[in-house]
Design a protein around this ligand. Structure first.
Ligand SMILES: [Cu+2]
Length: 127
């Protein structure tokens, strides 16, 4: 009887310590904040990575002139990025993939031909 009690106690401890966390581990979505700068003709950093489900907050400042961004894949309208002001764009990364955005406001000839795209990489959560 005593043996049974010891074994079942160990079993309970094992279940609470190792089995339950696996089932309750839902990798809660995080809010990821990025501070970016826009300038002729790029965003810096030009590649950011988040997990699917995360809330993404982009705080973008322009170093030179007015730029813009339209995060259209996530239902965002064009946001203008004025010099020395912080423009905040928020969205939920509800699908995985690599999404690329260029400047959405004419800012010089490089705007048309040479603007380095901002890559937003959204990773599927680890299974
Ligand atoms: Cu531009």
């Amino acid at each position: 009887m005593k043996k049974l009690l010891v074994v079942s106690s160990i079993l309970v401890v094992v279940i609470f310590a190792f089995v339950l966390p696996v089932f309750t581990q839902t990798e809660t979505p995080e809010t990821k904040v990025f501070e970016l700068t826009a300038e002729k003709y790029k965003f810096e950093p030009s590649h950011i990575t988040v997990n699917k489900g995360d809330k993404v907050v982009l705080k973008i400042k322009s170093k030179d002139t007015t730029h813009g961004i339209t995060v259209s894949d996530f239902g965002q309208k064009r946001a203008l990025i004025n010099k020395d002001e912080v423009t905040t764009v928020e969205f939920v990364a509800d699908k995985a993939g690599i999404f690329e955005y260029r400047c959405a406001k004419f800012c010089g000839w490089g705007h048309l031909f040479g603007f380095e795209k901002l890559k937003i990489e959204i990773k599927e959560k680890a299974a």
